[in-house]
Design a protein around this ligand. Structure first.
Ligand SMILES: [Mg+2]
Length: 289
């Protein structure tokens, strides 16, 4: 976070009072098109006010690097549902607590290695005769088919380090599904429900990584920032619970996920995905800064 005394390119002192944590798929990016275009005005305003936008996603480091490049974002980010935090060394003056240097980043890992997660998924389906498959079983063409991620970005989605997105094919009835999910998690792993896939991973979640980042922002900022978290699915709830304000955007069917909608105090964006992001972030920036 820049010091308030530092000269800003626009001549305006940078605002250090707010940090935005955002889910990516179905929130900052449209569920179907993976476009952030409807959020353009809010993204511009975040930049103008020097408000850090921290991407907190089930996406891989490689996918988030690509997106950050396209959107011109330089804040730290969280990959694979809280598997790890990446701080670009170029924008960090003090080594974050517990982080190790990896290439151009300081990295704090929370996730279980991907090979271990895959082994659990494969043993589970073999032992129980269950038809479920994940990104590790699929070519990048198949990942693209099931996720809608355009080629060649689907190749980056397969470069996983901690978290395995998977599907039951065909989907079992609700009571059988619950039994499967309990069995999968029995060995100490966690199953999260995203908007398109289930995610199998270790004890990491978006909340743990976001709490760590809030402490880091508080320690490196002149004032303790207000924190906003915005998302569309139950996997986003832990990061919302860690922040001052939690915001749900609508899903593509025009409804909020019931697991988010029913939480007391959650703000409802009034629109789906990036349109909801745009509306709510512009409104809150005006109120808070
Ligand atoms: Mg999402």
């Amino acid at each position: 976070m820049p010091s308030p005394k530092r000269k800003h390119p626009t001549g305006r002192p940078p605002k250090a009072g707010v940090v935005v944590f955002s889910d990516v798929d179905g929130t900052l990016l449209d569920f179907h098109t993976y476009s952030a275009k409807p959020a353009t005005a809010a993204l511009r305003e975040l930049k103008r006010l020097s408000v850090p936008l921290v991407l907190v996603s089930s996406k891989t480091k490689a996918e988030l690097e690509e997106l950050r490049k396209v959107l011109g974002i330089d804040a730290p980010f969280v990959a694979e549902n809280g598997g790890a935090i990446f701080w670009p060394k170029a924008s960090v003056t003090v080594k974050p607590k517990g982080a190790k240097p990896v290439d151009s980043y300081w990295v704090r890992e929370f996730g279980t290695p991907y090979a271990t997660v895959r082994k659990v998924l494969v043993s589970f389906r073999e032992a129980n005769g269950v038809k479920c498959e994940g990104f590790g079983d699929w070519s990048s063409e198949t990942v693209s088919k099931y996720s809608g991620i355009p080629q060649p970005l689907a190749r980056l989605a397969k470069l996983r380090a901690y978290d395995e997105p998977f599907l039951f094919n065909p989907p079992p009835p609700e009571d059988v599904l619950e039994k499967h999910l309990r069995k999968l998690a029995a060995g100490g792993l966690t199953v999260l429900q995203g908007a398109r896939f289930f995610h199998l991973g270790g004890q990491a979640d978006k909340g743990r990584a976001v709490r760590e980042l809030i402490d880091w922002f508080a320690a490196t900022s002149p004032v303790k920032p207000r924190t906003l978290a915005i998302g569309d699915s139950p996997a986003d709830w832990p990061m919302m619970a860690a922040c001052d304000i939690g915001i749900a955007v609508k899903q593509p069917d025009g409804r909020y996920h019931p697991a988010l909608r029913d939480h007391k105090g959650i703000r409802l964006a009034g629109a789906p995905g990036p349109e909801g992001f745009n509306r709510m972030i512009l409104r809150l920036l005006k109120q808070l800064l």
